[in-house]
Design a binder for this molecule. Sequence first.
Ligand code: MLT
Length: 402
Amino acid sequence: MNESYINSFYDRLPGSYLFSTIAHKIKEYQGVHPEADIIRLGIGDVTTPLIPEVIKAMHKAVDEMAVKDSFRGYGPEQGYDFLREAIVRGEYTARCIEMDPNDIFVSDGSKCDVANIQELFSENVKIAIPDPVYPVYLDSNVMAGRTGTLQADGHFSEVTYLASTAENNFQPDLPKNPVQLIYLCSPNNPTGTVLSRETLQKFVDFANETGALILFDGAYNCYIQDETLPHSIFEIPGARTCAIEFRSFSKTAGFTGVRCAYTVIPHELSKLHAMWNRRQCTKFNGVNYVTQRAAEAIYSPIGWQQTKDVIAGYMRTAKVIRQELTAAGYTVFGGEHAPYIWWKIPDGEKSFDFFDRLLATCEVVGTPGSGFGPCGEGYFRLTAFGDYERTKIALQRIKEKL
Ligand code: MLT
């Protein structure tokens, strides 16, 4: 095929997707060291099995599919009412946030939703993204041709970066340049830090004043331990006229392999609400019935308790990572309201070099901070989603060998 017919913006993407690069590096190491006992604290993938209530709901839904009267074919593209209503009750009403079930769009993953949402906007809108942050926001806009070109300093020429660093206590300043789309992620992936109510109010006021839209990724909100911290952008007055929220069952309920998430578009944003609905109806056939029944099951009283217990298990792992690294003299952030620990690499070593050294000396895998943006250079992300005992072995190796 003639290459001039191909979307050339893909050529502007640096290398491969971050987690594919990491997977490739691990495979390479394992090829040379087949006996290696590698402990993976890299990609944020869950390891605890699904809770009993979810399994029970799945079995029941499978049985329904085996009977003519309860069999279901295509479901509604927006999600079944039973799940949309359960989400509203369990996530929003429970936190005194008013929400209409029709504002919930159930999907098969937040990664897809945060990557696809940019289709609703014209190609010349300008975006702002936190730095560091989950790479999908940037990559999907690079593919759409909105970002300009990659500069030597690791920044794209047309993107506004919102530095989120230890120096500003991980509370980014408002964009200095005119922007129309502002991505925010709290608890932040990768730093594991949370945006305060004051910071969110500042962004909401700014968006309402300038006509910008906030794309708020709350995939990790269930890890927030302090109930006074904001879990949802919709806790912030004014957010319904300027924000869309992304939520996922992946990290909340261990659904990374099951696939279920939802995007909230308030009906106040009527044009975007209608456009997303149109998009989903055209390009998406809904999440399967069994999975939606499984997701619903986390909102029963028993399901919620079991879900909280799993989260508490991961937070126990986060705590031990924080404690052990701190005791060993390292500086760490995050891990208190999120399953990620943001580890400052000593002596100015580059984060990809540190990845190689950690793998070679300790056979432990993490994620290099620079993969999340230029401000992530000099940092390293560890996940608390690994097995507790194996994580303790990893920390022991780090203390003894690094
Ligand atoms: C991560 O490690 O950052 C996550 O697993 C990525 C994702 O949720 O897609």
